[in-house]
Design a protein around this ligand. Structure first.
Ligand code: FAD
Length: 451
């Protein structure tokens, strides 16, 4: 029987709380769904009462707060079925990347997961999915074979390249919380059992040299090499080693599918940086793919965080200088900055067109900060300075998956799409959800169905 939890009921708080505490959902009802029937019952409960419906798997990428709505928590829908011969997986709505990576690895296979193993598989795919293998294998969304989705009318539909094709197009890139509850996703797996990968930390004094070398190196890095760089003042936490605790560091990350020998050659420029520039730590090794989450080693403790991003068309010397002016060791920025190397297969269209068609970024520039409400205005002011300064290198587009939290506007979200696709997405929304039942997304609350 479907559980409908109201404020004060056991499980209500657990069900509404996710990783990003900046979104403090106060839904009228939380439904901890364990099955498709529960999802259908939750939607029918909402529509008969005129309530909105929101979805949460892990809370890593929440949209608007689900206040007064029915919040479907999918974390109990944790089924994974692997077909090792077809190299596919059917993954239910509540599965995290780590569980899928583990299950696929038993067959020597890998999904196109992202940097954090804690992120939910379904929503990661719906937002495009910039994975650790993206430069060689493309956006995760291009490897979605089918989606099972319950729409606002309570009907379970299957969308694929041959069924509900317009819905299939829209869900892939434009389906986070807007068009229905995706109860399961069917995706390709890839024969990747190992990597040469890991991270290197550099001290603040080497920030300029490392970033300049990385920007130059990125121009010729092969597609089989994934890489990113994080500029961060580490928190002053006892769990961290003394060398990192409270210090500004540069964290370079690598995920290379070629041989360890070739990988060693490719990362040598960073190991050989002269003038005291050798890494403070170096964890780049031959590893099983199942250890992929250790490369970024992102924190897992829930925090209130606020983020912004844009795609950069290039990263020349002037861009590096500008970036360091706003996020370098002397900037005293209240946020971290991450650059992810795009290009390769991430710049090419998928075999089956999707709403995730804006692929003109050579890098994603992402800024994020943990901030209690009173510090949020200062974080936004710093973002305004950073993103204005970097505007000359921006494509003007953003990455859907990194647009989350209470600060995102419909206008920002629209930049993630090709202009014609914004209207097409709105048309699909009007067709499948004319009453805007799924209304807590970042689309225009004032114009139901519009982005
Ligand atoms: C630490 C960290 C690392 C990340 N790394 C990457 C990365 O490497 N690459 C990348 O591309 N992204 C990355 N992301 C972004 C992440 O992929 C998105 O925020 C994603 O939407 C999170 O999904 P979730 O289920 O974990 O979070 P949730 O907050 O539970 O879901 C996010 C939103 O998706 C929608 N949604 C959730 N489940 C469903 C469903 N079943 N049906 C329909 N809509 C649904 C809802 O609107 C929900 O608000 C990262 C985020 C974090 C916090």
């Amino acid at each position: 029987m479907t559980n409908f939890l109201s404020p004060g009921d056991q499980g209500y708080d657990t069900g509404r709380t996710g990783y990003n505490l900046a979104v403090d959902h106060k839904p009228e009802v939380v439904v901890p769904a364990a099955s498709v029937d529960d999802v259908v019952a939750a939607i029918r409960y909402a529509t008969t009462r005129g309530l909105g419906v929101a979805v949460q798997a892990t809370g890593h990428g929440p949209s608007r707060s689900a206040d007064g709505s029915v919040l479907i928590n999918t974390s109990r829908m944790d089924g994974i079925t692997i077909d090792p011969v077809a190299r596919t997986a059917r993954v239910e709505a509540g599965v995290r990347g780590s569980a899928l990576v583990r299950a696929a690895a038993e067959h020597g296979l890998a999904p196109l997961n992202g940097s954090s193993p804690e992120v939910g598989v379904v929503s990661y795919h719906l937002g495009g999915g910039i994975g650790m293998l993206g430069r060689s294998l493309g956006w995760a969304v291009d490897h979605v074979r089918a989606l099972e989705v319950v729409t606002a009318d309570g009907v379970l539909r299957r969308a694929s390249a041959t069924e509900e094709t317009e819905l299939f197009w829209a869900l892939r890139g434009g389906g986070k919380g807007t068009l229905g509850v995706v109860v399961a996703i069917e995706i390709d797996l890839h024969p990747v059992a190992r990597l040469y990968g890991g991270g290197m930390h550099f001290a603040a004094t080497d920030a300029e040299r490392v970033l300049t070398t990385w920007a130059e190196w990125a121009r010729t890095a092969p597609e089989s090499m994934g890489s990113s760089v994080l500029l961060i003042r580490m928190p002053d936490l006892p769990v961290l080693p003394d060398a990192l605790r409270g210090r500004y560091v540069v964290h370079l990350r690598f995920a290379f599918t070629g041989s360890a020998e070739e990988g060693t050659r490719l990362v040598r420029p960073f190991r050989d940086l002269v003038g005291g520039g050798r890494p403070m730590s170096d964890t780049v090794v031959e590893m099983p793919y199942s250890a992929v989450g250790s490369i970024h080693a992102e924190p897992t403790t829930p925090v209130p965080f606020h983020a912004r991003n844009t795609m950069l068309a290039s990263l020349d010397a002037a861009a590096v200088a500008e970036l360091l002016r706003h996020a370098g060791p002397d900037a005293d920025a209240p946020h971290l900055v991450e650059l992810r190397l795009m290009g390769g297969a991430l710049a090419r269209p998928g075999a089956v067109p999707s709403a995730l068609a804006r692929r003109d970024g050579a890098f994603v520039l992402y800024a994020g900060a943990t901030a209690e409400p009173e510090r949020v205005p200062a974080v936004h002011a710093a973002y305004d300075r950073l993103f204005t300064a970097m505007a000359p290198w921006s494509t003007g587009g953003a990455c859907v998956n990194f647009l989350s939290g209470p600060d995102v506007t419909a206008a920002q979200l629209a930049t993630a799409y090709l202009p014609a696709d914004v209207d097409r997405l709105a048309a699909v929304k009007r067709a499948v959800d004319p009453g805007d039942v799924f209304r807590t997304h970042h689309g225009r609350a004032d114009r139901p169905g519009a982005m």
